[in-house]
Write a protein that binds this ligand. Structure first.
Ligand code: MG
Length: 209
């Protein structure tokens, strides 16, 4: 099986641990038998490499949504601001050039559909059932619950919903991803599977059609 190039993914900016990435790869590989994959929050493409390499192996596709303007914590003056990802012409953070370089370096350009817009806009006319939805977008309550509301319903029976940055204790990080993880369980539509570090994994009830 083609796994990711470890040196390549380690060199990509991002906040995904290697074991979390490996889990995403495994889930995505399984999910491709059900439908295409979709991620919210591609950033510089770290999670994209793991998921899209699985899609490439399985002959499927990853839809990667990100406005590429950075989340709240990436803005100038904030904790994770990176001047290298700031576009002086637009006066805004722009992670799309780095994302595109990642696709080229990883050889996955033919298996990724970048959607450079908000999650809400991408969802407006979406009808395709998905094998996997990975939510790794903004951490505000509005952003996380918006992503959950827009996309969880598109996970096909037997498909996966993965949510990043789930912290059990409030002092470890924002609570919004944890809240949508609980919402998914309480909806009765998903079975929680074992977590990997801060990656929550749920599987939609029902068999693939
Ligand atoms: Mg994250």
């Amino acid at each position: 099986m083609t796994r990711v190039n470890r040196a390549l993914v380690d060199g990509i900016q991002g906040f995904l641990a290697p074991e979390e990435g490996d889990r995403l790869f495994d889930i995505a590989l399984d999910a491709c038998a059900i439908g295409p994959c979709l991620e919210i929050g591609g950033y510089c493409g770290k999670s994209t490499v793991y998921i899209a390499t699985a899609c490439k192996t399985a002959g499927s596709v990853l839809f990667s949504i990100d406005h590429h303007r950075g989340s709240e914590e990436h803005q100038p003056g904030e904790l994770f601001f990176d001047p290298a990802l700031y576009d002086l012409i637009s006066g805004k953070v722009d992670t799309f050039p780095a994302f595109r370089r990642t696709l080229d370096a990883a050889g996955i350009s033919d298996h990724v559909v970048p959607m450079v817009c908000s999650s809400a806009l991408a969802a407006r006319f979406w009808t395709t059932p998905l094998g996997m939805v990975f939510i790794d977008g903004g951490h505000s309550d509005a952003a996380a619950s918006g992503d959950y509301t827009a996309w969880a319903g598109h996970v096909a029976p037997g498909g996966y919903l993965a949510i990043h940055d789930i912290f059990e204790r409030p002092e470890e990080g924002g609570r919004a991803p944890h809240r949508i993880y609980r919402m998914a369980i309480e909806s009765g539509r998903f079975e929680p599977l074992p977590m990997t570090a801060t990656l929550g994994v749920l599987r939609r009830h029902g068999h693939p059609e």
